[in-house]
Design a protein around this ligand. Structure first.
Ligand code: ADP
Ligand code: MG
Length: 240
């Protein structure tokens, strides 16, 4: 679905964020990009989304650039707009007629558990609910590829786990391709089918770990086994 090849990025202040990053993600995969803070995860994700140009290297999509949904770490909602209008934004930008757009946004909100909250304003919602609106907004244009940048990092553990389970359900139902950035070994060990471990800055891909099947719960033995192998790979790259 997407392939980054030899991608490097240096910011104008001289910070080398990425150095020769290459990876591929197949259609329908759920891949986590894991690495320490500041290693270039957000930079890689923004380059994958086409929001930022690399200095060198290429980004290729099989079958042309797909519809992409993007979820940021902060919900980034418009405080003056209600939940429905926030979720509808990508369709408004596509100039979809209001009636159709409202129908789709209503459905997207229902899918993330927010039926009945269409007229609520962001200030009336909890952190988890705001993130659900952000997820609905990312899904409303029915993307093939969903990119998420530490979306649940600011949430408490119980809320984070609930959102993770719901995201897995949406991924399965929609046959989405997901690239999920996180610095949490535990989160990646449960959510992903495959984990790309990055080195400290300048980020490179240090390991590509295919996780074992049978991770039906966070504490299932294969989930623990996955945690151990991801943790080992991360420690090795941090020590190198
Ligand atoms: P991560 O998401 O893994 O925490 P980032 O991709 O945000 O890392 O950043 C990688 C490095 O690039 C960091 O050192 C960060 O300070 C730097 N950086 C990020 N964006 C910019 C920018 N626009 N200008 C200059 N430096 C930046
Ligand atoms: Mg980041």
């Amino acid at each position: 679905m997407i392939a980054l090849s030899g991608v490097s990025k240096r910011f104008s202040n001289g910070t080398q964020a990425l150095s020769d990053v290459s990876f591929q993600i197949g259609e329908g995969e759920f891949v986590c990009l894991l690495g320490p803070s500041g290693c270039g995860k957000s930079t890689a994700l923004r380059i994958a989304a086409g929001l930022l140009a690399p200095d060198s290297g290429t980004i290729a999509f099989t079958g042309g650039k797909p519809e992409i949904g993007f979820v940021f770490q902060e919900p980034t909602l418009m405080p003056w707009a209600d939940t429905l209008a926030n979720a509808r934004l990508p369709l408004d930008l596509k100039r979809m007629p209001r009636g159709d757009a409202d129908d789709r946004a209503t459905r997207a909100l229902a899918r993330v558990g927010l039926a009945g909250f269409e007229r609520a304003y962001p200030r009336e919602l909890s952190g988890g609910m705001k993130m659900r609106v952000s997820l609905a907004r990312a899904l409303v244009a029915q993307p093939k590829l969903l990119l998420l940048d530490e979306p649940f990092a600011a949430l408490d553990e119980i809320t984070r786990n609930g959102l993770g389970d719901d995201l897995l359900k949406l991924w399965r139902e929609d046959g989405l391709t997901v690239l999920f950035v996180t610095h949490s070994v535990g989160e990646s060990s449960y959510l992903a089918g495959r984990v790309l471990v990055m080195t400290p800055r300048p980020g490179r891909i240090a390991a590509n770990l295919v996780l074992p099947a049978g991770r039906d719960t966070r504490l299932a033995p294969p989930s623990i086994e996955a945690q151990r192998s991801i943790s080992t790979a991360l420690n090795e790259t941090m020590a190198a």
